[in-house]
Design a protein around this ligand. Structure first.
Ligand code: NDP
Ligand code: MG
Length: 380
């Protein structure tokens, strides 16, 4: 039995991870954490019997504690609770599926405690990759990518020499607004932006996919996971989301990983790496598919991607400014407080105004996040 913990168990990645647990008999869920969803976390506790569960919201955690008092489960809350889960002695692998920078501290704590990480929470690597990757190396723990593109790259690199990689070809669906002009995007609504053509995901990442900020975050995530220069990462739009990413080698050969758009595959691959296990679901039918198409991303209209390359190249605290500005802007867009186009303007403004730190500590990353939030609040 492999003992796992899940941060963000009630979300899109979290629930799909639990589906994999249900379909296999050799995964033992020791810990679960969520934000405020008492009902779903209670159901998950009753089904999977973790020894500890956390709700970020303290009042909701108290409610949950009362509801599950018939079970031998410890209920905790807040960051303290998530950190207790991160270092749980018998847990072997932690699935980080919370959304946003809230994942940084628990991820670092888990690595320090020697836990492998199945990493979905890309915002953590984007902002703290320079701390996390060396720490993981020092502790001898694996950071196993859950993001479908990074899982694809990881699979393409199997058995290959890292020094012989020419470039990473990161694929993108282009999102719901692919092909639109800036004028077309003036009046798009929240509902329009939440309609992703190929994937059903949490609300924040769905908006990030519409702005191409998600691809931008993934470019920076790829830099940290695979130790490549930004000049060696190319984004390729592949609207059907069949090719999940590719790697080009020094001899010109390109390896690609293909499949139907189904996040269970990358999640399962991370949990069982290096083994492959059977997985139910549709298989690719090439005759029915007929064609897979490609195009270059429009980085002029979709500035979220261009700004990510810029932030990534500057490095230091700039990726935190980029990410924090986006997190706040997306939250405001989801609350209908700003327009779609404002998201890019807010990110650009915060990157311009940000006081750059070359090699930020964890405290400086979190201070930068706060500084960016304050900057946005005082202006928008
Ligand atoms: P969701 O919004 O669906 O789920 C987020 C999860 O995090 C929920 O369980 C939520 O709990 C929990 N959560 C939110 N705030 C807190 C908090 N303060 N403390 C503890 N838990 C909290 O997001 P996704 O599953 O879509 O995405 C999760 C991460 O995975 C993101 O970083 C995303 O970019 C990445 N990812 C997602 C993909 C996908 O297909 N969904 C694909 C690739 C990457 P509650 O329900 O109680 O609010
Ligand atoms: Mg992805």
């Amino acid at each position: 039995m492999k003992k796992i913990g899940i941060l963000g168990s009630t979300g899109s990645i979290g629930t799909q991870t639990l589906q994999i647990v249900r379909d296999n008999k050799d995964l033992d869920v020791r810990a679960l954490a969520a934000g405020s969803n008492v009902d779903m976390l209670e159901e998950q506790i009753r089904e999977f019997h973790p020894e500890i569960a956390c709700l970020w919201d303290a009042d909701k955690a108290a409610k949950l504690k009362e509801r599950v008092k018939d079970l031998p489960v410890k209920i905790v809350s807040g960051m303290e609770g998530m950190l207790e889960i991160a270092v749980l002695p018998e847990m072997e692998i932690l699935v980080t599926a919370v959304v946003g920078m809230i994942g940084i501290k628990p991820t670092i704590a888990a690595i320090e405690a020697g836990k492998d990480i199945a990493l979905a929470n890309k915002e953590t690597l984007v902002t703290a990759g320079h701390l996390i990757m060396p720490l993981a190396k020092k502790m001898g723990v694996s950071i196993l990518p859950v993001d479908s593109e990074h899982s694809a790259i990881f699979q393409c690199l199997n058995g290959e020499k890292r020094g012989q990689v020419d470039k990473i070809l990161l694929t993108a669906s282009g999102g719901p607004f692919r092909g639109r002009t800036r004028e077309d995007l003036e009046n798009v609504t929240l509902e329009d932006a939440l309609k992703h053509p190929n994937w059903a995901m949490g609300r924040k990442i769905t908006i990030d996919s519409a702005t191409l900020v998600n691809k931008g975050l993934e470019v920076i995530e790829a830099k940290w996971l695979f130790d490549v220069d930004f000049d060696d990462i190319e984004v390729v739009v592949q609207p059907q989301s069949i090719i999940h990413s590719m790697v080009q080698f020094d001899d010109g050969g390109v390896m690609a990983q293909l499949g139907t758009p189904d996040m269970r595959l990358p999640i399962q691959y991370a949990l069982y790496y290096p083994d492959r296990k059977p997985l139910s679901g549709d298989r690719l039918d090439f005759a029915a598919l007929k064609s897979i198409t490609f195009e270059a991303p429009d980085m002029e209209v979709f500035r979220g991607l261009a700004l990510a390359f810029e932030a990534g190249r500057q490095g230091g605290s700039m990726t935190t400014a980029y990410n924090a500005a986006n997190e706040k802007a997306v939250a405001m867009f989801l609350d209908r407080k700003i327009r779609f186009l404002d998201i890019w303007d807010i990110i650009e403004y915060c990157m311009k105004e940000h006081r750059f730190i070359e090699n930020p500590s964890l405290e400086e990353i979190l201070a930068t996040e706060q500084e960016v939030y304050d900057m946005i609040e005082s202006r928008w």
